[in-house]
Design a protein around this ligand. Structure first.
Ligand SMILES: [Zn+2]
Length: 431
């Protein structure tokens, strides 16, 4: 079985080893309109580059296929709206961006971040490949290029507009198959005074928090400070600062600038690199142990579901996101143990998740099913979900998560505190 490319897409090394092997899975975000007897599966295996610390899965799915029907809107998450506003306020107050500067955001989504610059009359431009999403940003008055970011596009932008003062690339680098070209593009954009800000979940989350369900085919790369520093340097950019932020279960915000004009390198960079090394991100034995733990979580999930079924309990899932797909489809035969998965997104309701053909239902349908147990897949917003759903269900209904291990979620406090909260959250699960 071919379990992924043999060359690191970050540093071109062939010194890769298998970190986590999840077997053959369907594409996580592709939900079918009808139950399907057969569907395509592809190997899903996270490989680690021993030379740069990048994690990667084989690119079996093209970016065009991912973005053909892209439904993730950042603005539906209150967390991301607040996070973006705070970030922009900070940049303006600390002088990173001033009145005469212009700002470029790569993968600007629905304008959730750039709208803050627009409000302050700072010139900005977004790049967004998904046309349905780009349109929403354009309707806010934001200038958006409906395109993929490449080195060629970067050259064109610089020749037409000069270097931006700030380039933002949040949660996009992991979805780019050609990281080298992307980084070359950043290097072209970076003038003497430009700073580049990149946010992405850290690969340490998989190793330390068992967030293996963030591995799926549409998510090509898993970044570390070690990898970003090395790939940036090859393109004449320096990683001069880094912040740990509370997004997507733990992310890093990397700050890059041209090598010759970068500010002094902050201690935090070296500190983070050392922490990654001491956690063992380059060590095969450490990953082998993690892989064994992952297999145990999958087995525990299967056993748990079977035990619920044998006890005559109705189990319904919540949140038909990629995380659910990875957990369910990497698990062994779960049979009919999971009746349905509820999701607040109208685009997903009425569809089916391969390979067990699990129907995706609305929140109202979940209530009608009268489940005994609800398993919450997006663990990163589990409290938000439980607070929203539990008041509508009998107190005997149990809520569980499967990652980082099978755990029952305590609901007593949330019920007494939020008894009047009967509106389902506009659930938008992280990529
Ligand atoms: Zn590498």
């Amino acid at each position: 079985m071919n379990i992924g490319s043999e060359i690191c897409r970050g540093c071109k090394s062939n010194n890769l080893f298998v970190g986590i092997n999840l077997g053959e899975l369907p594409i996580a975000n592709e939900l079918y309109s009808n139950p399907m007897e057969s569907f395509e599966t592809f190997p899903l295996c996270l490989k680690i580059c021993r030379d740069c610390g990048l994690g990667q899965v084989q690119d079996v799915v093209s970016p065009e296929r991912i973005f053909r029907d892209y439904r993730y809107l950042s603005s539906t998450s209150t967390f991301f709206l607040n996070h973006a506003r705070d970030f922009v306020d900070e940049l303006l107050s600390n002088g990173t961006v001033g009145a005469d500067d212009w700002v470029l955001e790569i993968a600007c989504n629905d304008g959730y971040l750039l709208r803050n610059f627009l409000e302050k009359d700072i010139s900005c431009l977004g790049i967004e490949p998904a046309s349905n999403v780009a349109l929403i940003a354009q309707e806010l008055g934001i200038e958006v290029l409906n395109d993929f970011f490449t080195e060629n596009l970067a050259r064109k932008l610089v020749s037409e507009r000069g270097h931006p003062k700030l380039v933002i690339a949040n949660n996009v680098l992991a979805h780019v198959p050609d990281i080298q070209d992307f980084m070359k593009g950043l290097s072209v954009l970076a003038g003497e005074k430009t700073v580049v800000s990149i946010e992405n979940p850290s690969i340490l989350n998989i190793l330390e928090e068992m967030q293996f369900d963030t591995i799926y085919h549409e998510h090509f790369s898993y970044l570390s400070a070690l990898a970003v520093r090395k790939i940036a340097l090859e393109n004449n950019l320096v990683l001069f600062d880094l912040q740990e932020i509370n997004a997507h279960g733990g992310s890093n915000r990397y700050w890059l600038a041209r090598k010759e004009s970068a500010a002094e390198i902050q201690e935090k960079v070296q500190h983070t690199v050392e922490r990654e090394l001491s956690a063992g991100i380059l060590e095969r034995e450490v990953w082998d142990k993690t892989n064994s733990k992952v297999q145990k979580i999958l087995q525990d999930f299967t056993n748990w579901l079977n035990a619920q079924t044998e006890a005559g309990k109705k189990v319904v899932g919540y949140g038909a996101a990629a995380k659910a797909s990875t957990l369910i489809n990497a698990s062994l035969e779960i049979g009919n143990g999971l009746l349905a998965i509820a999701d607040a997104s109208h685009e997903k309701q009425g569809r089916f998740m391969p390979k067990f053909n699990i129907p995706i239902i609305s929140i109202n349908e979940l209530l009608k099913l009268k489940p005994n147990v609800v398993i919450v897949f997006p663990w990163n917003i589990k409290d938000e979900i439980v607070d929203s759903i539990s008041p509508k269900l009998p107190e005997s209904v149990e809520f569980w998560v499967a990652v980082p291990e099978m755990l029952r979620i305590e609901t007593v406090n949330s019920r007494s505190n939020h008894a009047d909260n009967t509106t389902p959250v506009g659930l938008k699960v992280t990529k």
